[in-house]
Design a protein around this ligand. Structure first.
Ligand SMILES: [Zn+2]
Ligand SMILES: [Zn+2]
Length: 306
C-alpha cells in the first residue's frame, strides 16, 4: 500500500515539523553510504532482530491467553434476561416460584422479570428466591388493557414497585410513569394476541409519546414474522425493546431473552433505554399452548414437569 504524501506546510514552522522534515528529506540527495554507515545499518538491523527474538520469547500463545482473559471478562459482564414469565398465580400457568428460579438458573439467565396476569402475588417469594439463587429480579406484571372500555391487548409493566390496578391504557401509562417503570407492549403483532391500541394512541402524535417499548422477541408467537414485525416497528418508531419467553410452563423459561451488560436491575433499565440490548431466543412451539389449556382446566400442575 502506498502512503499519501503529507500536505505542504503552511503557517508557523514549529507547527509543521513533520511536513517540513519530509520536504527536507526529499531535497537531500540520497547519501552514498560509507563503510561506517553500513556498519550502523547492520548494528540497527541486529538490534531489531534481537527485539524480534525477545518478542518471540514472550510468545504468541501468551498474547492469546491475555486476550482470551479479557474476552471472557467482557462476556461475563453480559447476561441473558428473560423479561416475560408467569407463575401458578396466573390462571393459565403452573410454575411454582421455586421452580421458576431453578429453571432460570439452569437456563443460564442472569436475571428475570415476573409478569403474572394482573397480579403481583409471586413477588414476595421471588424476591427471596432470586437473592438465594443470585439472580437479578425485576418485579413486573402483565396487564389486560382497555381503550374506551374495550379490551385492546396486553402490556408489560416492568421495573415497577407496586401493583397496578387500573386497566384503561391511558391510566396504565400514567401509573407506570409515576413508578418510573417501563411499559412494553407484549407480543404486539402475534396472531390472535396483537395489540389494537397503536392506531388509537397515535392520533394525537407519535406513538412513542405513549408507548416507550415493545416486546421484539416473544417465544410464544405463532410465527417468527410477528417478532420481525415488532422489531421493525420498534426501530421505525424509535421505541425501546424488551424480550422474553412468556413461559407458562417450567420448561419454557429462558427460551426468549434480552442480552445486556448489566449487574443490577437499574443497570438493565439503563441499557434498555440506551438501546444497548439484543433481543434473542427460540420459539416454544405448540406443546406449551396445549399445556396452558390443561392448566386452565386444572388438569396439569408444576410437578408434572419436574
Ligand atoms: Zn400476553
Ligand atoms: Zn404473558
Amino acid at each position: 500500500m502506498q502512503l499519501k504524501e503529507a500536505p505542504l506546510a503552511l503557517g508557523k514552522a514549529s507547527d509543521y515539523t513533520d511536513s517540513t522534515e519530509i520536504i527536507r528529506a526529499k531535497r537531500k540527495p540520497t547519501p552514498v553510504p560509507d563503510i561506517s554507515a553500513t556498519t550502523e545499518i547492520t548494528r540497527a538491523k541486529k538490534k531489531t532482530e534481537a527485539q524480534d527474538i525477545k518478542l518471540k520469547k514472550i510468545g504468541t500463545s501468551d498474547f492469546f491467553v491475555i486476550k482470551k482473559r479479557i474476552h471472557e471478562k467482557e462476556e461475563s459482564e453480559f447476561g441473558k434476561f428473560d423479561l416475560h414469565t408467569h407463575t401458578k398465580f396466573s390462571p393459565c400457568a403452573v410454575t411454582e416460584p421455586e421452580t421458576l428460579v431453578r429453571k432460570a438458573k439452569q437456563a443460564g439467565l442472569k436475571g428475570f422479570a415476573i409478569t403474572d396476569h394482573n397480579t403481583i402475588r409471586a413477588w414476595p417469594a421471588l424476591t427471596k428466591l432470586a437473592k438465594q439463587y443470585e439472580l437479578i429480579f425485576i418485579p413486573g406484571q402483565e396487564i389486560d388493557v382497555t381503550f374506551e372500555g374495550r379490551k385492546i391487548g396486553h402490556v408489560l409493566a416492568l421495573f415497577t414497585y407496586d401493583k397496578i390496578v387500573v386497566t384503561d391504557i391511558l391510566d396504565v401509562i400514567d401509573e407506570i410513569k409515576s413508578q418510573s417503570a417501563l411499559l412494553s407492549v407484549s407480543h404486539p403483532f402475534d396472531f390472535g394476541r396483537s395489540f389494537k391500541g397503536f392506531d388509537k394512541l397515535s392520533v394525537t402524535g407519535p406513538i412513542s409519546k405513549y408507548i416507550p417499548a415493545v416486546e421484539t422477541f416473544n417465544s410464544r408467537v405463532l410465527k417468527e414474522e410477528a417478532n420481525i414485525k415488532a422489531k421493525d416497528f420498534a426501530e421505525k418508531n424509535g421505541l425501546f425493546q424488551t424480550a422474553g419467553s412468556d413461559a407458562h410452563m417450567p420448561y419454557e423459561i429462558g427460551n426468549g431473552y434480552l442480552i445486556a451488560r448489566a449487574s443490577t436491575e437499574l443497570e438493565l433499565l439503563r441499557e434498555i433505554k440506551l438501546g444497548r440490548v439484543v433481543a434473542n431466543g427460540k420459539l416454544s412451539g405448540l406443546a406449551p399452548r396445549l399445556h396452558t389449556l390443561g392448566a386452565y382446566m386444572h388438569l396439569i400442575q408444576d410437578k408434572n414437569f419436574r
